[in-house]
Design a protein around this ligand. Structure first.
Ligand SMILES: Cc1ncc(COP(=O)(O)O)c(C=O)c1O
Length: 425
């Protein structure tokens, strides 16, 4: 018998110590990925900034790592903002995103002094300007644009095509009107633009196309309304391979974006703005594994063997949401031959709750440990309470040591805040 060792830890031992399902995150991996991105961006350009997109995985411990590595933080909700502030993250390094920020959200952000507002619509721009002025503040703003390009990815995670709920469209005169209005608003300091072309992009083609579109727009706005872009945020989106081919060469990927941005500006005699990126998945995805215990193994003769585990779509909705493909290992029998093809099923009451279809493994049996790889992004953060499954714990490992950073929900946590009205029989 041999156990899987991942980032210096015996994961079977982690499963027995902390229970399953269990999210395991590697601090060494997260930090080294953040450093690599910073190095890529700093190379040849001293006016860049790397943000971490908190939607991929956000806890207070994560905020602390982002802070100590010198990155900024992208948040999209008051809950994410609260998490960051509670962890002591500096508000001025926070970018506040979202396509439907409420008045309450904006008030919270203005009161704590977030560094940037990524404004998604004219309506939001007007509201933010009024609210900032009434507080005697000036909000630093980027407009999120929909440059009309499509990344090569699942349509649910394409985010910059024209018919999209995100961003301001480039069609018509609306954007020009907004830029002029923002320039005239004493509550707003319009610094530039943001786009996010999509997620899980294995190549940078869509960014390069979007940069060309932006270049033309920047010329138009400079010539027609005298607006100079000082900051350009090209979003996140760097993909990870999930074992389906080579990993992205991130140095070449980002180098290409930096080079194109420079070329676009030089060709149009524009000053090169500060360049910002905000990846989430690439930083934390490969830095996480989820451990499950095997329960029922059901063989349907001639058809399929279902291996049910003690988690599923409640802790990882991505396979059922948009067919995301994961790989796994039988973590307590790494030395055995993968002599069977099985389907790893979750325990939720949905036929679609399948984590991995047709994977080769040594034939699993009850109490084996399955490690699903590369689950660090959009698993914990997208987890639901479906079927009243308790949210798993999260442990952070470093140099072979594990610390719990999120406790497993208790049964009492599940009913916390619930009330049975006194008149209810
Ligand atoms: C505006 C924005 N920025 C950054 C990200 C992070 O994307 P990824 O995790 O693919 O890097 C997203 C993801 O949806 C996003 O919408």
């Amino acid at each position: 018998m041999s156990n899987m060792v991942w980032n210096g830890c015996d994961v079977v031992e982690l499963a027995s110590r902390f229970g399953t399902p269990l999210y395991v995150m590697s601090e060494n991996e997260i930090r080294s990925r953040m450093r690599r991105l910073k190095d890529c961006m700093a190379k040849g350009n001293d006016n860049t900034q790397v943000l971490y997109a908190g939607k991929a995985f956000l806890t207070m411990a994560m905020c602390r790592m982002v802070q100590s590595e010198g990155l900024g933080l992208d948040v999209v909700s008051p809950g994410e903002l609260h998490t960051a502030l509670k962890a002591g993250f500096p508000a001025e390094r926070i970018y506040f995103h979202g396509n439907n920020k409420t008045e309450e959200d904006l008030a919270m952000a203005l009161d704590c002094g977030v560094g940037r507002y990524v404004v998604d619509s004219e309506d939001e721009m007007v509201l933010l300007g009024e609210m900032a002025r009434s507080r005697g503040k000036v909000a630093s703003v980027l407009f999120r644009l929909a440059p009309g390009v499509s990344g090569d990815t699942h349509r649910y995670i394409q985010t910059a095509h024209t018919d999209c709920k995100f961003g301001m469209p480039l069609l018509g005169q609306g954007l020009r009107r907004c830029v002029s209005a923002a320039m005239a608003d004493s509550g707003l300091d319009l610094l530039g633009f943001h786009f996010h072309v999509g997620s899980q992009l294995m190549e940078n083609r869509a960014y390069l196309e979007a940069l060309e579109v932006l270049g033309d727009l920047m010329v138009t706005l400079r010539d027609e309304v005298g607006f100079e872009v000082r900051e350009l945020n090209v979003g996140g989106g760097i993909g990870i391979s999930h074992g389906q081919g080579p990993e992205v060469d991130v140095e070449a990927y980002l180098g290409g974006i930096l080079e194109r941005a420079k070329g676009v500006c030089e060709a149009r005699s524009l000053a090169l703005p500060r360049l910002v990126i905000e990846p989430g998945r690439w930083i934390v995805g490969p830095a996480g594994v989820t451990l499950y215990s095997v329960g029922t193994v059901k063989e349907i003769p001639g058809i399929r063997t279902y291996v049910s585990v003690d988690g599923g779509m409640a802790d990882n909705p991505r396979p059922s949401l948009y067919g995301a493909v994961y790989r796994c290992e039988l973590a307590n029998r790494m030395d055995e031959e993968a002599d069977s093809v099985v389907t790893v099923a979750g325990r939720c009451c949905e036929s679609g709750d399948i984590l991995i279809k047709d994977v080769s493994l040594p034939k699993p049996k009850r109490n084996d440990i399955i490690a699903v790889m590369d689950t660090g992004a959009y698993n914990f953060s997208m987890a639901s309470g479906y079927n009243r499954l308790r949210r798993p714990a999260v442990v952070l490992i470093k140099d072979g040591q594990a610390r719990c950073i999120v406790q497993r929900q208790s049964f009492d946590d599940l009913v916390q805040g619930e009330v049975i009205p006194e008149d209810l029989v």
